[in-house]
Design a protein around this ligand. Structure first.
Ligand code: ADP
Ligand code: MG
Length: 674
């Protein structure tokens, strides 16, 4: 027996026991080696005209025998000499493919598509096999050799027989292992079943470009006897048939102009288990230092578990048609977690663990490009198919907003223009850019109101006040909205008509436009402002003056009301904005009423000590109710004033969708009045 080299043995132990918990990938490795071997022979025939290959014969066979517990993967590829068996299978982490690639790249100068950069692939067989036997006959040789090992100490190489060039890898499959401590055990029998193997081949090797064939059992109706009676029940029999299990040509390797929408949709639905067609399909091929194909899908609807902890984002990662990872998370940013698809690059190493993937520069480069393509596809949808985009946004908008919020605004540049919000003026969803385009001259602020009911928001006194003054108000109804706006800190509107500081410049520009020049544009930074927080500065000079006067004149009244309301409010003041309503609640400081509500629903609320917004009770000095307040104050009726203050405060909260602190007291106060 020849012993494995020490470092090989260590690696072997390590791999069998820890690297791959996912044992079933061994089949993918063996099939990939078989496909490589066929590739090599194919490649050789290109440069050696004496080799005549019938392309139709090139294939990989998988067969199994339950009685002997053997599973065999055979190919009619290039095969191995005794020396090659020794060199390739005797040393772990030695990659024959790599060597071959280099040799030929030098002599041919072309790119040789042979996979494998590390040599651990073959050894994965020992994860499921107690013994591996490799019978191989190198192309052009008359003799065959047998390599055999139990994967522990070493291996043997002996003479053997094989009728044709190629290799059989014969695994003796381990016995099932019972589970321990409630953990499920290993069911190795799957690797000895038609169903299990078919599944694995389809899952991991579907796009290997040579046929992977297996004998399968089928059933058919027996021929009906000539003298069959009237009530004859048909009889069935099993028969065996060699079937090609894999589909061979990857759809993503085809030019998108050669693939019909239906084919893409079929592939999408069957691969990603969706019952609806994708909203968008993106396919592209990258060339240069890093070559790859990508096929991406944007679904129409969110899968039911998208917002649950169990949801795993990621794209399937293939290296030269061989599946490396079903969901490679590093290929997608979190906010595009809904994207499904495939990336295939011959430049990405085949045997790669999750840990090394994270630091893989190639993957990062691919991820960047994928993100760009998704973004531009979404922009395209937003601009050219608004209906579809609105539907998309309804499903996935939350993730985009969350992307801005959770990156503390760092992703705002990329994502802000993909967001849609309800415009109170337009009565439809609009983008921030569209809001900016429709702004009044000199407007520097995007106004919004936040709450959970759009209709209620639209009726809020402050919202109406702002709208009446000719400014649109975005109505934010999702939990994450206002937090997203805070993280953004502002919005930069691009290509806005330039604002000129002095008249001369403005006139010169106007004249230039008259003479046929394009109007000048500039980026403008806009503030994002909740209409219910603090000073909006929207009132006209006259209105401001009125409010100031009222404040001065009724200072005592406000003090008395503040006194009556106590901690509930920071202050009581005159509103310069209210038109119909007698009063409203606004807030000072960073926390709005709506955010307070959102936080109160969150897990922090359990711990008590919730941050409170600083509330201000604003009064409409032109409202009849105000006159009543003044009268009570002048009559020195402090009781009445306190009761009125409480009522106004509670009803202003109600309008905001917040229950009065003491609903019973509120109700009885109303009855008293009646
Ligand atoms: P890799 O495929 O990354 O090179 P493996 O451990 O999977 O590493 O295989 C080691 C080497 O063994 C291969 O490079 C190849 O030279 C040889 N080999 C494995 N399987 C076959 C096969 N079916 N036919 C010919 N050579 C093979
Ligand atoms: Mg391999």
């Amino acid at each position: 027996m020849r012993k494995f080299k020490t470092e090989s043995k260590k690696l072997l132990d390590l791999m069998i026991n820890s690297i791959y918990t996912n044992k079933e990938i061994f089949l993918r490795e063996l099939i990939s080696n078989a496909s490589d071997a066929v590739d090599k022979l194919n490649f050789k025939s290109l440069s050696d005209t004496s080799i005549q290959l019938n392309q139709d014969d090139l294939a990989i066979h998988v067969s199994f025998d339950k009685d002997t517990r053997t599973l065999t993967v055979s190919d009619n590829g290039i095969g191995m000499t005794a020396d090659e068996l020794e060199k390739n299978l005797g040393t772990i982490a030695h990659s024959g493919s790599q060597e071959f690639k280099q040799e030929n790249a030098e002599s041919q100068g072309g790119d040789v598509d042979i996979i494998g950069q590390f040599g651990v692939g073959f050894y994965s067989a020992f994860m499921v096999a107690s013994k591996v036997r490799v019978v191989s006959r190198a192309f052009g040789e008359d003799v065959a050799h047998v390599w055999e090992s139990d994967g522990l100490e070493g291996y043997t190489i002996e003479d053997g027989e094989r009728s044709e060039h190629g290799t059989d890898v014969i695994l003796t499959i381990r016995e099932n292992e019972p589970g321990e401590n409630g953990e499920p055990g290993e069911n190795y029998d799957t690797y000895l079943s038609e169903w299990g193997l078919k599944n694995l081949i389809r899952r991991y090797s579907n796009y290997v470009r040579y046929p992977v064939r297996m004998m399968v059992t089928k059933s058919r109706e027996k021929e009906r006897p000539a003298d069959a009676p009237e009530d004859y029940t048909p009889e069935y029999e099993d028969y065996q048939e060699l079937e090609t299990i894999n589909s061979m040509t990857p759809i993503w390797k085809k030019r998108s102009s050669d693939v019909s929408d239906e084919d893409y949709a079929e592939f999408y639905k069957s691969t990603f288990h969706d019952f609806e067609d994708p909203a968008r399909t993106v396919s592209f091929h990258a060339e240069g230092a890093l070559e790859y194909d990508a096929l991406l899908f944007i679904p129409q609807r969110a899968p039911f578990d998208l917002y649950s902890k169990d949801y795993e984002k990621g794209l399937a990662l293939y290296s030269s048609n061989v599946l490396i990872m079903e969901k490679c998370a590093d290929l997608l940013p979190d906010y595009y977690n809904f994207v499904r698809g495939v990336v295939d690059s011959q430049d990405v190493s085949l045997n790669i663990s999750r840990e090394t993937l994270q630091h893989n520069r190639q993957l990062k480069a691919i991820a960047k490009r994928v993100e760009k393509r998704v973004t531009s596809e979404l922009e395209n949808m937003r601009d050219n198919d608004r209906e579809a985009y609105e539907k998309f946004f309804e499903n996935f908008g939350r993730g985009l907003k969350f992307g801005i919020y959770s990156s503390y605004g760092m992703k705002a540049d990329e994502l802000a223009d993909l967001l849609l919000f309800w415009s109170a003026r337009e009565n439809k969803m609009i983008t921030l850019a569209e809001y900016a385009k429709a702004m009044k001259d000199g407007q520097q602020t995007i106004y919004y109101a936040a709450g959970d009911d759009r209709d209620r928001l639209a009726k809020m006194p402050v919202v109406r006040g702002v709208l009446d003054r000719g400014y649109d108000v975005l109505l934010l109804t999702a939990d994450v909205d206002e937090f997203t706006f805070q993280a953004m800190r502002g919005y930069t509107a691009k290509n806005m008509p330039k604002i000129y500081e002095d008249d001369a410049a403005r006139e010169a520009a106007a004249k230039a436009v008259e003479d046929g020049a394009e109007p000048e544009v500039e980026d403008r930074s806009l503030e994002l402002k909740n209409v219910a927080t603090g000073d909006l500065d929207l009132a006209t000079e006259d209105e401001k003056k009125d409010a100031e006067e009222a404040t001065k004149e009724h200072g005592d009244l406000f003090d008395a009301m503040k006194e009556a309301l106590g901690d509930k409010v920071e202050k009581v003041a005159v509103s310069a904005l209210l038109t119909d309503a007698p009063a409203c609640i606004t807030t000072e400081g960073p926390l709005s009423l709506e955010m307070e509500k959102v936080l109160a629903r969150g897990p922090e609320a359990e711990m008590g000590d919730m941050p409170k917004s600083q509330r201000v009770l604003e009064l409409n000095a032109k409202h009849a109710v105000f006159a009543k307040l003044v009268a009570a104050q002048e009559a020195g009726d402090t009781d009445k004033l306190a009761r009125y203050a409480g009522l106004l405060y509670d009803q202003a909260l109600l309008v905001e969708g917040i229950l009065p602190d003491d609903p019973v007291a509120f109700a009885s106060a109303i009855c008293d009045l009646m």
